[in-house]
Write a protein that binds this ligand. Structure first.
Ligand code: AHM
Ligand code: MG
Length: 333
């Protein structure tokens, strides 16, 4: 059977694009190399490699840094930074934007990443992932202004994630379909396994950390109550599925449909998840697949962040389920 590799797929897509210079293909190739290196490290965590556990440091978010977090961050920074394709990288693990002022290539793009999301799950063999997002930057500029770094999600050129699960998958979009590739561990190549993914218009599952209920606002409590009620016409009650690893929860929601939520609450009105590293890239993917990404009040992709580590409430998934959530939240607030 003839199989399409990720490299072949990206090359063919680029050929179809008007005015393509090959720069984007080069950047994507670098991401997939970094993805393979991180995948290998995740698979080997715990055997011989000294990369399981905590580094003893606390990151900019105030969370304990896992060794694998640091490893993934350094791997991506090095490979993408040296590629000559980017003028700046913003990372969930780095306080400030990192600028690349010299080196080969036109440094056309700005790269945003959560190098290893769901890191509290590393030590317990639960799926984790890398999330990335690509914006166009000011070409050849030596100083990338905040304006170029903090762009609205709808300006994304591409977004994707790599899930390190029972298999490793690379899922990405440039706005022309969402495509998934599975890593063949023997060949070390990603092969097209999920072409043109479409999220079901409505699902039967909701996904949230219900342990936070006591802190939730009344409208969020009303929404969860709705999903638990019995109504055969709307296929309720919904099932609850929550892994606590965003890439894994999102991947399931994308393939099966339903609604993932990380709402704001009394102590954290903006919720937990970050706009640039989590909400915006996953919203670009879900919208391209036919779903929606919302704060509960407005479209995620329309927001222009004001700082790199800005957080935002997130309601993401099947179109009908997100619209239902917006309606119930509105009616109860
Ligand atoms: P991280 O980026 O520090 O790994 O944190 C984000 C993770 C997401 O993967 C997940 O959706 C969320 O935190 C889970 O949070 P909680 O433990 O509050 O349910
Ligand atoms: Mg994260």
């Amino acid at each position: 059977m003839e199989r399409t590799t990720l490299v072949q797929f990206i090359r063919v897509q680029e050929k179809k694009a008007d005015g393509a210079t090959g720069e984007f293909t080069r950047l994507m190739n670098e991401i997939l190399v970094a993805g393979k290196i991180i995948s290998l490290a995740v698979n080997k965590a715990g055997i011989g490699e000294d990369i399981l556990g905590l580094t003893g440091e606390v990151n900019v978010q105030g969370e304990e840094v896992q060794k694998l977090d640091e490893y993934a961050n350094n791997t991506l920074l090095k490979i993408i930074g040296q590629s000559g394709c980017v003028s700046a990288i913003i990372s969930e693990e780095c306080d400030e934007a990192i600028q690349f002022k010299s080196g080969p290539g036109p440094r056309k793009y700005i790269f945003a990443m959560d190098p290893l999301d769901g890191s509290s799950n590393i030590d317990v063999n639960v799926s984790i992932g890398t999330i990335f997002s690509i914006y166009r930057g000011p070409e050849g500029s030596d100083d990338v202004e905040d304006d170029a770094i903090l762009q609205a999600g709808m300006n994304q050129v591409a977004a994707g994630y790599i899930i390190y699960g029972s298999s490793t998958m690379f899922v990405y979009t440039t706005g022309q379909g969402v495509h998934g590739f599975t890593l063949d561990p023997e060949l070390g190549e990603f092969f097209l396994s999920h072409p043109d993914i479409k999220i079901p218009d409505k699902g039967k599952q909701y996904s949230t950390n219900e342990g936070n209920q006591v802190k939730w606002l009344p409208e969020q409590k009303a929404l969860i109550k709705y999903f638990k009620e019995t109504d055969p016409e709307t296929e309720r009650p919904y099932s609850l599925r929550y892994i606590g690893s965003l890439v894994a929860d999102f991947h399931r929601t994308l393939l099966k449909g339903g609604l993932f939520m990380y709402p704001g609450d009394q102590s954290n009105p903006e919720g937990k998840l970050r706009y640039a590293f989590e909400a915006a890239p996953l919203s670009f993917i879900v919208e391209t697949a036919g779903g929606l990404g919302s704060t509960g009040k407005e479209r995620i992709l329309d927001i222009r962040p004001t700082h790199i580590h800005q957080r935002v409430p997130l309601f993401i998934g099947s179109r009908e389920d997100v619209l239902t959530a917006e309606k119930i939240l509105r009616e109860n607030s």
